[in-house]
Design a protein around this ligand. Structure first.
Ligand code: NDP
Length: 295
């Protein structure tokens, strides 16, 4: 696991939890591991349906980083008009292909498609996004399996920058199965040992709740909702939310204000986004090992 011993600091003195840097170190370490065992072909396959702008950008970035990590990547693209059966056939073919180790179905699918039967086709070993009910069930039961990439990326930042968690209070804002819920499980796991509060849109007195936290993970998708009043001096503030505005991508955290009181903070962009991709590659490497590649 990569560790960062000489962190950059923000103007206000907070440690900058630099996701680009940690992603690059993770990609380099996966590349050297694959090379050290004779460069077996470890394959990540993506399924992209339709022409939604951001999804295409995310998928291209995943392929680029997979290649940099020494993996083989395969992209299956289907048109906006693809039927449920066509998408399911494309995923089933990848499931049956022994040369494919990890499969990522880029979400959201176009509105006329139901993602649930598509995701249900993925066996846990190939589900490198960790989003199927079987993968999430394994996480709940603490069994081996793939963990969703975004909350895993948050944990990798916490570990690499040496942020203490045992006995500390964490508040996760957002309760989706993609981010918030698995984040709560990961922070509360034995060995991580934070005491975790799950906040959501019905939480009363969110400022007071957040001010109890040593670690805040903001995953609500509400631009700059976490301000200086939410943050106890010295707390670690991790921004997952992504909102698109005229000024570009904006996180859930008011970075300029909060960096002056936080002990550590992620930039947005450049924090949790790159770590999501790093963890996708980490999961793909683990997927190959689960499927018998000597890695
Ligand atoms: P969802 O919309 O599924 O969930 C948002 C959650 O935030 C809900 O639980 C909702 O509460 C809660 N919430 C909304 N508004 C508030 C509020 N004002 N106060 C407190 N809680 C609130 O989103 P996702 O979990 O899928 O994604 C969250 C954000 O993370 C999005 O901006 C998304 O784009 C981003 N994202 C970023 C990634 C990255 O790599 N950085 C990867 C994946 C997602 P309730 O349940 O009550 O409705």
């Amino acid at each position: 696991m990569a560790t960062i011993s000489d962190p950059e600091r923000t103007a206000g003195g907070a440690i900058l939890l630099d996701g680009n840097r940690l992603r690059d170190e993770t990609v380099a370490s996966i590349a050297s591991r694959i090379m050290s065992v004779g460069s077996p072909a470890i394959c990540l396959a993506t399924v992209l349906v339709g022409s939604d702008g951001p999804s295409g950008v995310y998928v291209r970035m995943k392929h680029r980083k997979a290649t940099e990590a020494g993996m083989v990547s395969r992209g299956v693209e289907l048109p906006d008009s693809a039927t449920q059966a066509e998408v399911e056939q494309a995923v089933a073919a990848l499931v049956d292909d022994p040369t494919v180790h990890g499969i990522l179905v880029q979400l959201p699918l176009p509105g006329h498609l139901d993602p649930e039967p598509v995701l249900a086709l993925l066996p846990p070993a190939k589900d490198v996004d960790g989003l199927t009910d079987r993968s999430l069930g394994r996480l709940v039961r603490d069994l081996p399996g793939h963990v969703p990439c975004t909350p895993l990326g948050v944990m990798r930042l916490i570990e690499a920058y040496g942020i203490p968690t045992a006995g500390r209070r964490a508040v996760v804002v957002g309760r989706s199965t993609l981010v918030g819920l698995p984040q709560v499980l990961l922070l509360g796991r034995r060995g991580v040992d934070a005491t975790v509060t799950l906040a959501h849109s019905r939480t009363a007195d969110l400022i007071d709740v957040c001010r109890t936290a040593d670690i805040i993970v903001a995953a609500a998708g509400q631009a700059r909702m976490i301000g200086v009043d939410h943050v106890k001096p010295g707390a670690t503030v991790i921004d997952v939310g992504v909102s698109r505005s005229e000024q570009g991508i904006v996180g859930d955290v008011d970075f300029d204000a909060v960096q002056a009181v936080a002990g550590a903070i992620t930039p947005m962009p450049g924090g949790t986004g790159p770590m999501t991709i790093a963890c996708l590659l980490e999961n793909t490497l683990a997927a190959a090992a689960m499927q018998g590649v000597a890695i």
